[in-house]
Design a protein around this ligand. Sequence first.
Ligand code: AMP
Ligand code: GLY
Length: 444
Amino acid sequence: MSSESASPFKVLVIGSGGREHALCWKIAQSDLVSEVICAPGNAGIGEVARIAPVSASDLDAQIALAKEEEPGLVVVGPEDPLAAGLADRLRAEGFDVFGPGAAGALLEASKSEAKELMERHRIPTAASRTFERSGIAKGYLDGCTAWPQVVKADGLAAGKGVYICADLKEAKAAVDAIMEEGRHGKAGVKIVVEEFLVGEEASIFAITDGDAVLVLEPVQDHKQVGEGDVGPNTGGMGVYSPVPELSKRIYKQIEQRVLLPSIHMLRREGIEFRGVLFIGLMLTEGGPRVIEYNVRFGDPECQALVRRLQSDLVPILQATARGELGGIDTPTWDPRTVVGVVAAAEGYPQGPRKGDRIDGLEEADGVEGAVVFHAGTRRVRALDGEDEVVTAGGRVLTVTGLAKDSEGARRIAYAAYDKIRYAGKFCRRDIGRRREARREKAEA
Ligand code: AMP
Ligand code: GLY
């Protein structure tokens, strides 16, 4: 490692969600770091980092900020600026950046591109077809005999561009919504129609510099808005880690059959990838198959991971940014369980209400074993001149609990959650109880 890393340096984190709060929280604990700056951040991030009010999507302003602050490391949290080429531009200015360039980010930003690559490199995934014209897509669907079919907007749609269609009528309605009505804007210029996969969903996170690979601990999201996995998909309503139902054998199989071939695929395509590859999978009877690639940490998965990671995260991120990940020791993880519950705002995921005052945050953080990460929150000056924190997004907070077992972690997370008050607050009460719920269902 070069000599400038000997003295503490600034780290710039780009983004404003629960994931970025978790990253800032962990990075701020590092002895290597003199200051964490986050742009644009949120109310909670302001407690562990200096906020720079620069939008993550304003690339020019982000570059200007980096030039002014001269961070020793830049960490790009969300997919949109990565897809827009922010990491490439920062690298061109000489910065060490954790996060892939636009070519790597295309794995997430274009489902059709990702599909094409997977087919070319024989990565197991659902069979699919890509369409640029709605009439042709509908003609294809007319001929489909196996249902359901899955209709997806090609581009970035915040996890909301996927339609599981039970029959032809639903599938045509999905095509119209995406391509004719423009529900996902430019993301819907193309669509992918794919085979419906049956099995358990799992995901794997791996940090890579394109050469060395560091597989992170398993973590399980809960995508649907309602308890018992019902209702529309969200960005994620809660997490737990580790994932006891994901056996070591299956995890290894995922690594061998999907993860490592995916890294090879990037290398053979000449795509330099320095960041985290997050693969969503279906564990089918025929083995693991890729549902989607993401090119950044999951949110709220990241919140669970940082609570279990005992090693300093900064050397890992920095080595990745520099292409030196191979020289990093295997990190150590807390063997205990984390449960993270997302506190959402009424109306999420469709149209969340915003601007409601949040109380009880300190009490929640005071619950032993709990850490509250902010997502859609904002600090505002109230009429009485005091600062207050208000809701500013659909997912407002991730309330995490760490304990010896999952029941203990749940107890802490929900005890802390219950201390928080704002109008329209809701959560899923079944986070971390998948196995129990399934067993109860089987017994009933
Ligand atoms: P994605 O945004 O591609 O991760 O899709 C969102 C969710 O839709 C996934 O987490 C799955 O639950 C579901 N899904 C996507 N593609 C398929 C598929 N081919 N078969 C079954 N379920 C799918
Ligand atoms: N929690 C799922 C995601 O970040 O895409």
